[in-house]
Design a protein around this ligand. Structure first.
Ligand code: NAD
Length: 290
């Protein structure tokens, strides 16, 4: 997979930049789209498309020619995405669908007729297990594991009928490794890994691949929001969280950009990746090399 570090660094969310021990110039800038991908005539559904990685994936798949069904509970964020897609010359390519994925029936219905399914929506809470609110644990598992199952359930019949489909699950390094204080997130991501592999085995005979993408820490609002929680959980000031907690296990001491993750998602949708299934593609800066 060709990754071409482009010249323009992405905007840096304030809290992340405030705590960054890594200079902006040291961080690699977002990759320009380099994967050759033609999704003309295909429909893609991306969950959590209003922001962060999901938005980058929605724009990347739209740029590849797909009609993108952009699902999120954040309607304003989706409208912003539609405006951004228009500004990029992709008018009409992104169809927003405001939906809370805890409505599992609606999620399953929304997935009918999609050729590419990107299970991306997620949320995080950093708390020790004994203080972790059970209702939040339930919501995290619902949005990040059960909803992907229901979306697959909705999408697979058409994929099987067409003999082609691509499922890409935004897992995480936390689908492969645990970290303290992230019980719900780690449990959901490990579950998603299993779901993805099972879909790979079932879909193989039908031309459907299913894979995980496993980023380390990505420069998104989800990371920015957990800085204060991480500082409290680890008993350190916020400005030490990035270097001492988030990037502690990463050999590469920078955050990954959403566009780099979207490029890996694009690669998994190419004809060249048709033999890649049941895999977990780590973009973790060497974390899992330990
Ligand atoms: N940011 C990281 O460092 C990182 C690292 C590894 C994996 N990931 C994974 O990538 C995915 C995207 O993360 P991100 O950093 O872009 O997060 P983000 O918070 O920037 O975006 C997540 C999106 O999911 C949406 N969402 C949350 N709950 C929802 C619900 N109930 N219904 C509909 N939409 C809902 C949010 O509105 C938001 O737009 C997540 O699955 C996350 O676990 C992120």
């Amino acid at each position: 997979m060709a990754m071409n570090p482009g010249p323009a660094p992405q905007p840096v969310p304030s809290a992340v930049s405030a705590v960054s021990a890594v200079s902006a110039s040291a961080s690699a800038s977002a990759a320009s789209p380099t994967v050759a991908l033609d999704l003309g005539g295909r429909t893609a559904l991306v969950t959590g498309a209003a922001g962060g990685i999901g938005r980058a994936c929605a724009l990347r798949l739209a740029a590849a020619g797909a009609k993108v069904r952009a699902v999120d509970r954040d309607g304003a964020g989706l409208e912003d995405l539609v405006g951004q897609s228009r500004d990029l010359g992709l008018a009409g390519a992104v169809e927003p669908l405001t939906l809370d994925l805890t409505d599992l029936g609606a999620a399953e219905d929304a997935a009918a007729g999609t050729d590419v399914l990107v299970n991306n929506a997620g949320l995080q809470l950093v708390r020790p297990i004994e203080e972790f609110p059970p209702d939040v644990f339930h919501t995290v598992l619902t949005v990040m594991l059960e909803a992907p199952f229901r979306l697959m359930r909705g999408a697979l019949p058409q994929m099987y009928a067409k003999g082609w489909g691509r499922i890409v699950n935004l897992s995480s390094v936390h689908g492969l490794r645990a970290s303290a204080y992230k019980s719900a997130y780690v449990a959901a991501k490990h579950g998603l890994e299993g779901l993805s592999k099972t879909a790979a085995l079932e879909g193989a005979a039908h031309g459907v691949t299913s894979n995980c993408v496993n980023p380390g820490y990505v420069r998104t609002p989800l990371v920015e929001r957990q800085i204060a929680d991480q500082a409290a959980a680890h008993g350190i000031p916020e400005e030490r969280v990035l270097a001492e907690v988030l990037l502690k296990h990463s050999a590469l001491k920078r955050l990954v950009e959403p566009e780099e993750v979207a490029e890996a998602v694009a690669y998994l949708c190419t004809p060249q990746a048709s033999f890649v299934t049941g895999a977990s593609l780590a973009l973790d800066g060497g974390w899992t090399a330990h």
